[in-house]
Ligand binder design. Structure first.
Ligand code: SF4
Length: 243
């Protein structure tokens, strides 16, 4: 599928319904022009200066060359909570993120060696927790899940195979278009998701009154992954239930 990958740059941001922090995720809506020259139409970031948008765009360009974390490390695992997506969910917070967004709520988790190494025991616990009757699914949070894509794919594929009724969401600082351009395991991970909340977090665009559910700044998008793949364009996801 294609969503019209652009050859210029930009950034995006994360978000979450009712969150007061800014988890990794969410991308900018194409449309309203940002202040940065050459970024018009790339981000809906009307409160952000041209200088900041250029920096965000630079990170987007650089992110295309970043290597995956060699080992999957876990900053936190929180089962049975409602902050990271629709319904009761289990959230896996992975370590390592290089976007370094201003105002990132979890700077410690940006470090590659933060947290503890992912284990087979934790994977079994996640599968067991997800199997709970009232649990809607798994959310991958960061840190940056896409910089751990290769190591997260086996878990996500297991959830798909063993618990097909559960949904899988992920946050990312990457834009959809950038992930599509990069391809490889990052795009493969995207293709195994139900919802992607994408884009760098832009503190200037954090307007509590207009935030979309589960987003940290209003430039981010909640993308219905399977509908987008089928349509060949980005289809935004409509949240129907908070819990
Ligand atoms: S993309 Fe990375 S730096 Fe930005 S808010 Fe998310 S975890 Fe923090």
């Amino acid at each position: 599928m294609t969503t019209g990958v652009r050859t210029t740059i930009d950034d995006a941001a994360p978000a979450a319904t009712g969150r007061t922090d800014a988890p990794c995720a969410g991308a900018g809506r194409a449309g309203a022009a940002g202040a940065g020259a050459g970024l018009a139409g790339y981000y809906d970031a009307p409160h952000t200066s041209a200088e900041r948008l250029e920096r965000i765009a630079r990170m987007d360009r650089r992110s295309r060359t970043w290597a995956d974390a060699p080992v999957l490390r876990v900053a936190d695992y929180k089962p049975f909570q409602v902050l990271d997506g629709e319904g009761l969910r289990c959230s896996l917070y992975v370590s390592f993120c290089a976007f370094n967004c201003r105002g990132c709520y979890n700077k410690a988790a940006q470090k590659r060696n933060y947290g503890v190494e992912y284990t087979a025991e934790l994977e079994e616990r996640i599968l067991q927790d997800l199997a709970g009757r009232h649990v809607a699914g798994l959310t991958l949070c960061g840190g940056e899940p896409m910089l751990n894509a290769t190591n997260l794919l086996p878990l996500v594929r297991r959830v798909r195979a063993e618990l097909p009724e559960k949904t899988v969401w992920s946050y990312t600082g990457y834009r959809w278009e950038t992930l599509e351009l990069i391809g490889g395991d990052r795009w493969e991970l995207v293709k195994n998701l139900d919802v992607l909340i994408e884009g760098q977090f832009i503190a200037e665009e954090r307007d509590e009154s207009s935030l979309k559910p589960f987003c940290g700044s209003s430039n981010q998008r909640l993308i219905d992954v399977q509908a987008s793949l089928a349509a060949g364009r980005v289809v935004e996801y409509e949240v129907t239930a908070r819990f």
